[in-house]
Ligand binder design. Structure first.
Ligand SMILES: N[C@@H](CCC(=O)N[C@@H](CS)C(=O)NCC(=O)O)C(=O)O
Length: 243
């Protein structure tokens, strides 16, 4: 019995590493966990072996004793159900949490991801990307304001307890400078970010795949590498030739 996690050091990857560490922090004894680094620049996500695990050809993915699970938020739900802790209520209260997990997958992730991509990776003249930059920038700020309203009422997205909804949102909100989304317009979101970052499980989770001295601030070389990788993924040459 082992958990095989297919991982890269990106916001969607850190959702899973944070979940593993938060489960450990909550006292769960996980089976042997093997982390397989997915080199997105080398195109590992397009290999037949990886496609058999994740037909959508994206990282992260999980294989648990022969059961493959794709989509980061589905993996959070899978692990939450399999290893019950307050991170994911398995009774009726899961309906306080599940909609916010879907909210992250359908709203926050795509808006921040697109804003980041147009800001840093898509190499076209500024006037050609003015519309998507404005669209995804405004949408990201709208979503940050929604979170801001939540944190006026309680410390975490779904109430007084830290859950998988916080785990899903945290790595994207944490990338706000890289995506150039000014979350400081919502001080309660900045406070939440600090509150979540201070958790020992989160601290260990965000360290996966990154040198110790670059966990909270990437070196210039690493930023350049991410930019090159992002530009390559945004250009999607592999996809163009495979359809
Ligand atoms: N909705 C997916 C998104 C996964 C995703 O976009 N992963 C990116 C890295 S953060 C990826 O694998 N990109 C490679 C590619 O697009 O070729 C999830 O939440 O798991």
């Amino acid at each position: 019995m082992a958990l095989d996690v297919y991982f890269s050091a990106t916001p969607n990857g850190w959702k899973i590493s944070i979940m593993l560490e938060e489960l450990r922090e909550a006292g769960v004894e996980l089976p042997e966990t093997r982390i397989h680094m997915v080199d997105l620049m080398a195109g590992d996500q397009f290999t037949p072996e990886f496609t058999a695990i994740n037909p959508n050809q994206k990282m992260p993915a999980l294989v648990d004793d022969g059961r493959a699970v794709m989509e980061s938020c589905a993996i959070l739900q899978y692990l939450g159900e399999k290893y019950p802790t307050p991170l994911y209520p398995t009774d009726e209260r899961r309906w306080d949490v599940l909609p916010w997990l879907y909210w992250q997958a359908a709203n926050l992730g795509p808006a921040f991801g697109n804003k980041l991509s147009y800001t840093r990776y898509i190499n076209v003249p500024d006037e050609e990307k003015a519309h998507p930059l404005e669209r995804f920038g405004k949408e990201s700020l709208r979503l940050v304001a929604i979170l801001g309203r939540r944190f006026e009422k309680h410390p975490y997205i779904c109430g007084d307890t830290f859950t998988v909804a916080d785990i899903a949102a945290f790595p994207w909100i944490r990338a706000y400078k890289w995506a150039k989304v000014d979350i400081t317009t919502q001080p309660s979101v900045v406070d939440w970010l600090k509150r979540v970052r201070a958790r020992p499980g989160v601290d260990r989770g965000v360290a996966y795949g990154v040198p110790e001295d670059e966990v909270d601030s990437f070196s210039k070389e690493r930023r350049e590498r991410y930019k090159a990788r992002g530009a390559q993924i945004a250009a999607n040459e592999n996809l163009k030739t495979s359809v």
